[in-house]
Write a protein that binds this ligand. Sequence first.
Ligand SMILES: Cc1ncc(COP(=O)(O)O)c(C=O)c1O
Length: 337
Amino acid sequence: MKFEDIERIPLTSLPTSFYKMSNLSNHLGKTDIYIKRDDVMDLAHGGNKTRKLEYVFADALSKGADTVLTMGGIQSNHVRQTVSAAARLGLESHIFLNNPVPERVKEMRSSGNYLMDNIMGASEYIIDGDDEKVAAEMTRIENELRTEGKKPYSVPMGASNGLGSLGYVLAAKELINQWEKMNINPSHIFLGTGSGGTQAGLLAGLRYFGNKTTKVIGISVSQPEEIKKQTVRDVLKQIHDVIDIDDTLISNDDLIVSGDYFGKAYAYPTDSANEAIRMLGEKEGIILDPVYTGKAMAGLIDMLTKNKLDNPEDIVFLHTGGAPAIHSFADLFIDPE
Ligand SMILES: Cc1ncc(COP(=O)(O)O)c(C=O)c1O
């Protein structure tokens, strides 16, 4: 199918803003650094999942769904945006959550995304186990809801299937338009990569809409480079299954992931991310988070300042959201005593 023919239901006003971070650029003294503000959107507190959900919810509504189910960590930004979209469209939501950082259970269950899920009326299921166990419970409840006469629709983790990732194919078109207006052709875009849909969609979209040169650098937030690369490759394949994209548009060299910045594991803070969060706060008045965008920005700063990038010129940082989770990590920045 042609990309333009796939149904989409608007969930936010677009385009999101795009501008130069002059203070940060001067501070690092290497090249101009721009930011794409996908953290500012209409669904509760925004973030990258909103664009994906525009395609996923169009599909759910076309299938007559009245209830959505999804899964993630207790502080999942994806889950919060899914619950917000469901409330806005008048659907029930059931969310299946596990805790990636047992040491922070108290902070995670009393603030941020989890608090917002509750306020927006989601039915919550906390599962003590890994993602596989969470997915199994979600399937069990989906079947139960169907037996009760509901029309459930399950959204995969991160909405990172072929359909959801189209949100970032469209975002690529939006970026290309913004770059043309500003007369720039950025050498690199940085973003945090988890379930892979944002990176895969952005890369596919850039090449599909004619940009052949901008490198998309995914900073892994959870796994080593080769594993995460495979995740992005798998999502790219799923995008190909949904829309017609020339196979030769994306080469293996186009798939760039760094596994150097996630630290101990997913959602465990790192010093370099904490420093990046402070730097963006002080220089630009922008809030990043310790799980995704802080680590992605730490990667950008390190690679740029240590001259690890080929010919960097006009670098873009994709702010994918996530700031609500920072409240579960307040002790990294302030001492309440
Ligand atoms: C704030 C934030 N940034 C980045 C990502 C990663 O996006 P993706 O899962 O598409 O790789 C997520 C996903 O959960 C997120 O919440």
